[in-house]
Design a protein around this ligand. Sequence first.
Ligand SMILES: [Zn+2]
Length: 135
Amino acid sequence: MTTLLPRDRARLAGVHRDLVRVVERARLAVPFIVTEGLRSRERQARLVAIGASRTMNSRHITGHAVDLAYWLDDGDDGDGAVEQGEVRWDWPLYEQIGAAMKAAAKELGVPIVWGGDWASFRDGPHFELDRKAYP
Ligand SMILES: [Zn+2]
């Protein structure tokens, strides 16, 4: 199964269409789930309060960012859907997702930024549309 699950689709609601296209394309190459897309200002404030984020200027608030998690599924039990499995946080897996997202973004001509490339507060699961092209 190399496509997004219904729950991933639900989590992409409100996310910019171009970023969704990149996610869909990358998902053909690497297995991941969508953990978050659009985020309320209230939730962002809570994340900043607990130290999980450092900014109230998050691209999640405007639908310009997604968080992805590597998904090690349990295989297809015959119904064509793989909804059982586990999220893995091992760093090398995020290098794989980062490479797949960058390749998909290049193919589609959609400039993105990967949180894994940030010098401080490296954020492997995080991808956002480049502010220069998508203010
Ligand atoms: Zn994020």
